[in-house]
Design a protein around this ligand. Structure first.
Ligand SMILES: [Fe+2]
Length: 460
């Protein structure tokens, strides 16, 4: 019987083909820059392999570009040709890809969930659930989908994918606030495998959430750079930029943006969200970012019809708002129209909160701060539904605070900053902002207290 590295049966022309598929899967798990070559090598062993066609289809969807959906459909058709002779697990993957081709992420998620219930060693399904729960704004299931198979993985350190399972478990714990456990599992995963980008990344997230800037910078300096990683390395640099930003080392953030984060040739959505998110943060801090928005605005204009990931579109909205107010306002209208006319995952997310968030961001960039506050403040606790990480979505919390400051809505600013400093007592910038707001209100004592807190933290 042909099996994968965990012992699960695989439908393939040969064991060599199954092994080649495993190598591709591992490259995907470690964000390797050789995924494409390894997938080609798998096809060279078996051009009809169901799981290879499925994985190619998944990759097409994960690019988040509507122009690639027909290619995913071609992969689906190729996978379906072999589905009758495939295992029930492989058939569930074909079913997931079919749902995804209908832009139904919930349907795809249900198929992967069924697969991990039946086959806890199905690493591909676990990884896909990690993706889909993340972009459907469901961190509890990011955590628990890994937990649901852990009974089968607990003592499987012998498997090449064990460390990657550990890092997925760690990330789910981090996104649900269990920072201590997340950090120790993330570090354990890195100890097993230094090139596990997701594990390195998870520890960086813990440092970010706990406002441990120096720890985070040191960690990323020592572990955050492998030349065989793909574009995900830009995201690790983005994390470094967040640390520098909160230290108010804005020149260093700009230098890192130019040399380590922005890639003019890239159209990958994660890269673009990194870029947009850095520039937006810098502008909140009053830093002149020069003409850096222009190219991002052009790239965002080319993506306005994608409408696949609400999280990404909120970032595109900021790039449009920074460069072309009319285009930004047309984008808001088009998201609303899409939500009315469609019945897919994106439309549901747009109806839930995506449209209002984008409208708020357009208002913010147009300096209509009251408009931004009126739209964003009532839905701010629902913004998690657009997906992405807590660290990434913190940008929207910062934008709301900035709107209250620039709009001189001082008492609301005080409430939001009081909440932020209570939640993030080590956040220097939040204390500085609170100091500014309390001064504006005339609460000199409070302002002085906030100033001292910020100064002490800076020294520490
Ligand atoms: Fe991240």
């Amino acid at each position: 019987m042909i099996t994968d590295h965990t012992g699960l049966p695989v439908t393939a022309a040969s064991q060599e083909a199954a092994d080649a598929f495993d190598r591709t899967l591992v490259a995907y798990l470690r964000f390797g820059n050789d995924i494409g070559d390894l997938l080609k090598a798998t096809y060279a062993q078996d051009s009809e392999m169901v799981l290879a066609n499925v994985l190619r289809g998944y990759f097409m969807h994960m690019m988040g570009m509507r122009a690639l959906v027909p290619k995913a459909q071609q992969s689906l058709e190729a996978a379906q040709r072999g589905a009758d002779a495939a295992t029930p697990r492989e058939q569930l993957h074909v079913k997931a890809l079919e749902a995804w081709c209908h832009l139904d992420l919930a349907g795809a998620t249900a198929a992967w969930e069924q697969s991990i219930e039946d086959n806890p060693m199905d690493v591909l399904a676990v990884k896909m659930l990690h993706y889909t729960h993340f972009y459907m704004g469901d961190p509890v299931n990011v955590r628990d989908s890994v937990g649901r198979v852990w009974h089968a993985w607990e003592e499987r350190e012998d498997l090449a994918t064990y460390g990657y399972m550990l890092s997925m478990r760690a990330f789910g714990l981090e996104e649900t606030g269990e920072y201590g456990k997340a950090e120790s599992l993330g570090r354990a995963a890195v100890n097993l495998n230094e090139s596990d980008a997701w594990a390195v990344h998870t520890v960086a997230h813990v440092c970010e959430m706990e406002d441990r800037r120096t720890d985070g910078l040191n960690w990323l300096e020592s572990k955050g750079n492998h030349e065989n990683w793909n574009n995900f390395r830009y995201h690790l640099c983005w994390h470094k930029a967040l640390m520098l930003f909160e230290m108010e080392r804005f020149d260093d953030v700009l230098a890192l943006y130019d040399d380590g984060i922005f890639n003019p040739k890239s159209d990958e959505y994660l890269d673009l969200t990194n870029d947009i998110s850095v520039l937006a943060r810098l502008e909140i801090a009053g830093v002149d970012v020069g003409d850096r928005w222009a190219v991002l605005g052009e790239k965002a204009k080319g993506r306005v019809d994608d409408k696949l990931l609400a999280f990404v579109d909120a970032h595109f909205m900021l790039a449009l708002g920074a460069t072309d107010e009319d285009a930004a306002s047309a984008y808001v209208t088009s998201i609303d129209a899409y939500a009315d006319e469609h019945d897919d995952t994106y439309a549901h997310m747009a109806q839930m909160v995506g449209h209002e968030l984008c409208a708020a961001l357009a208002a913010y960039k147009a300096k209509d701060f009251d408009g931004c506050i009126d739209l964003l403040e009532p839905v701010r606790y629902h913004v998690g539904a657009i997906g992405g990480s807590n660290a990434q979505r913190d940008l929207f919390a910062q934008i709301l605070i900035d709107a209250t400051i620039r709009g001189e809505r001082w008492t609301l600013a005080r409430s939001l900053l009081s909440e932020r400093t209570a939640e993030k007592p080590r956040n220097v910038r939040a204390w500085r902002q609170l100091n500014h707001v309390l001064k504006a209100i005339g609460d000199d004592k409070g302002a002085q207290r906030a100033s001292i807190k910020g100064d002490v933290l800076e020294i520490v």
